[in-house]
Ligand binder design. Structure first.
Ligand code: DX5
Ligand code: ZN
Length: 214
């Protein structure tokens, strides 16, 4: 069954705990935390202080999607705040291999993320060093954008490669995932769907159940 990782970016931040508990009730598998620094992407969200405070709300694993220029500097803070999975962008300007190694040493699971314009070839060489490959299906920075259709081909290629090589890497898809397109994303090979607006607009529990029934 496909796993669902609601991104709290579209939650009501004045009652985050409530929103997260609702996700848990609806059957969410992971909680997705979109961390933005205003440099790597043109938006700023929240930091480790918030992550630490919402850690008390649920036992679900937290994945920190680091859309920041220096994950090497700050990943540790997100681990100490209670993140179980750290997702690092391939597009950062510092040596990705060193960052992946550093993060792994903090004792968490690691993922590599690629933007829509980054070809799959750019991460192939790192897939034996990560537990997750997160394929962005919108340009990172904001919730509520439309799914970029060409992502489907990238998901298919990633699925094929991972299966052929027998790698233990889960494929996550993030951006513009909605009930109406989830089926084709799953069929293309996604293991985990990240969704913000499609979860938090309307009834959270129902929205998650609807995804899980696909
Ligand atoms: C975008 C974030 C996504 C975003 C998804 O930069 O990485 O996780 O919150 O939002 P929706 O599901 O609304 O496209
Ligand atoms: Zn994200």
């Amino acid at each position: 069954m496909v796993k669902i990782s609601p991104s709290i970016l579209s939650a009501d931040f004045s009652r985050l705990c409530d929103e997260i508990r609702r996700c848990e009730k609806g059957g969410a598998d992971i909680i997705h935390l979109d961390i933005m620094d205003g440099h790597f992407v043109p938006n700023i969200t929240f930091g480790p202080v918030v992550v630490k405070s919402i850690r008390k709300c649920t036992k679900l694993p937290f994945e920190a999607h680091l859309m920041i220029e220096r994950p090497d500097k700050y990943a540790k803070n997100f681990v100490e705040a209670g993140s179980d999975i750290i997702l690092v962008h391939r597009e950062i300007k510092i040596a990705i291999e060193d960052v992946l190694r550093k993060v792994r040493n903090y004792g968490v699971d690691v993922g590599i993320v690629i933007n829509p314009e980054t070809p799959l070839e750019k991460v192939i060489g790192y897939l034996d060093k990560v537990e997750y490959l997160l394929i962005m299906s919108v340009h990172p920075g904001f919730a509520g954008q439309s799914f970029i259709e060409s992502t489907l081909e990238k998901i298919r290629k990633a699925r094929e490669y991972i299966d052929r090589e027998g790698l233990n890497v889960k494929i996550e898809v993030d951006g513009g995932v909605k009930h109406h397109n989830a089926k084709k994303i799953i069929e293309a090979g996604a293991d985990i769907l990240v969704a913000a607006s499609a979860v938090f607009r309307g009834n959270v529990e129902d929205n998650i159940r609807k995804f899980k029934s696909l």
